[in-house]
Design a protein around this ligand. Structure first.
Ligand code: ADP
Ligand code: GLC
Length: 491
């Protein structure tokens, strides 16, 4: 059960769905706060106002008392104003920092020379807006490297302000692969020159400063998005160089599996799909969605054989090279179809493009980002492929379970925590799980999935098991509430 006392939570993130999204962080940031607010907590959110955010569609309103604010970052002064809107479907206020010189760029992330300034400003702006609101939140919840300087700013630049005397900070690591590593000479421009001694000295000597590492050192609690990943990142194999500092702070490293927003990812109400369905009419629902999807993508409308789906950022993390050989064989010799949605590294894009050219009647590769298509694939596919090399949590496997789309996953991170290998003897389990990161492991899982698919009774059981799983924020969010409450009362 959630704790009684209502808390004030300042939630800061670089992306929040539906305003701006590149991956799962946006989904989490767009859903957890709604749950927290529904439990009576006062949640206020901060993110950049990127130029691609549609200010009319989201009815952004200027905040009178948050105009023309100036923040000095080293030798530069940045001016910004703030707009506010509600997180759709809730009363949660989302404050967007309008600083055109930093945020009016084609993408959310840029890799340009001033990337450190873009997110240092966000972190500082969130704190300064709280000051102007006269609001000292119980918890500052920051996410990933972009906002990981919030804890050190609270403990240095804003330490004088008694408003934050009782504020605690939580840093959630959604992905340790992105650390916000910059040359050490940016330190003055972060406004941290006077506090250099607090930064990780060995890194400075080596000429670098890391946002995420600094956050790990100074956040009151570090969380990550599954229990298995919390263990994994404390090892050399997964820690990407941060295992040492995480081990140092191991008593405050907590794994909380992400939730799913079932208002958005629910085949019974999904407005993107051509036919809604539930657990009792899943076969008919999927058949209708499959017909529509295949015809929209220009693939022959063939009823036979399973449809395989992939929706993914195409990066090394997602391990899709494991599918190359086994999928080519399956497409050559078996009655299967494949739909892939994703964009990223060219080695993956080129392969899926080649696969489509080689099997034009069986494969469609959609290169790009398409929210509607992501939902349509979940609804139409029979099997979802997620062979990740590492996966902090992963959301698509949980969406798949709810849509009756059986996931094939590698046993790592959140995939290990959310999908159980199906056991035909007991009828327990929700998907196909392989251990070793090699294509033999994936080939085994694919073969097992395809042979189970040919046994309709077993398949129905497996699909039902998955659809009955509950990863709602109602359940997962309570863990954050307990954590916040413990921190807030820790003095
Ligand atoms: P990650 O955050 O590592 O990308 P997750 O599984 O946690 O992985 O979340 C991915 C989210 O991004 C899901 O909501 C998924 O549907 C979405 N997504 C990824 N690639 C695309 C794409 N090309 N088009 C639409 N949605 C995508
Ligand atoms: C990251 C991870 C993914 C996780 C998401 C939300 O992008 O790669 O596994 O689900 O963040 O926490």
């Amino acid at each position: 059960m959630a704790e009684e006392r209502s808390l004030s939570i300042c939630f800061v993130a670089s992306e929040i769905a539906p305003f701006a999204k590149t991956g799962g962080l946006a989904d989490v940031a767009g859903a957890l706060p709604i749950h927290l607010a529904s439990q009576g907590h006062d949640v206020r959110m901060f993110m950049p106002l990127y130029s691609k955010i549609d200010s009319e569609k989201f009815a952004l309103t200027p905040v009178e008392f948050l105009r023309d604010i100036q923040i000095r970052l080293g030798s530069q002064v940045f001016g910004f104003s703030v707009f506010v809107t509600k997180l759709p479907g809730s009363e949660v206020d989302v404050y967007m920092i309008n600083c055109p010189s930093l945020y009016h760029r084609p993408g959310i992330y840029t890799g340009e020379w001033d990337e450190h300034l873009r997110f240092a400003l966000l972190s500082r702006a969130a704190i300064e807006c709280c000051q102007r609101m006269g609001w000292g939140p119980d918890i500052f919840h920051c996410n990933d490297w972009h906002t990981a300087l919030v804890p050190i700013y609270l403990k240095t630049v804003y330490q004088w302000d008694r408003l934050f005397a009782n504020s605690k900070s939580v840093l959630t690591i959604h992905n340790i692969a992105y650390q916000g590593l910059f040359p050490a000479d940016v330190v003055p421009n972060l406004g941290l020159e006077e506090h250099r001694h607090l930064l990780f000295q060995q890194d400075l000597e080596a000429g670098a400063v890391g946002f995420l590492k600094t956050g790990i050192l100074y956040a009151d609690v570090v969380t990550t998005v599954s229990r298995t990943y919390a263990r994994e990142i404390q090892t050399e194999a997964f820690g990407m160089g941060l295992e040492g500092v995480l081990q140092q702070r191991r008593r405050t490293v907590v794994g909380i599996v992400n939730g799913v927003d079932y208002e958005i990812w629910n085949p019974q109400t999904d407005t993107y799909i051509s036919q809604t369905y539930g657990i009792d009419d899943v076969a008919e629902g999927k058949a209708a969605n499959r017909r529509d999807l295949l015809s929209q993508l220009g693939l022959p409308n063939d009823e036979g054989g399973p449809l395989l789906g992939i929706v993914s950022r195409l990066t090394a993390q997602k391990g899709l090279e494991l599918t190359f050989e086994p999928l080519t064989q399956a497409l050559r010799y078996l009655n299967v179809r494949l739909v892939v949605l994703g964009t990223g590294e060219s080695r993956y894009e080129d392969h899926f493009h080649w696969l489509q050219q080689t099997f034009p009647q069986k494969v469609c590769y959609y290169r790009g980002y398409n929210e509607a298509l992501a939902h349509m694939i979940e609804a139409a596919a029979d099997i979802f492929l997620m062979p990740s090399r590492f996966e902090p949590c992963g959301l698509n496997q949980m969406y798949s379970l709810r849509y009756g789309t059986v996931p094939i996953v590698r046993k790592t991170g959140g995939l290990a925590d959310t999908v159980q290998l199906f056991d035909p003897a007991s009828g327990e389990g929700t998907g196909f799980v392989f251990e070793h990161f090699d294509s033999t492991g994936f080939a085994w899982a694919l073969k097992t999935a395809l042979s189970t698919y040919r046994k309709p009774e077993l398949w129905e059981r497996l699909r039902r098991n998955g659809m009955q799983e509950d990863f709602s924020w109602q359940r997962q969010g309570a863990e954050y509430e307990r954590l916040y409450a413990r921190l807030a009362s820790s003095g």
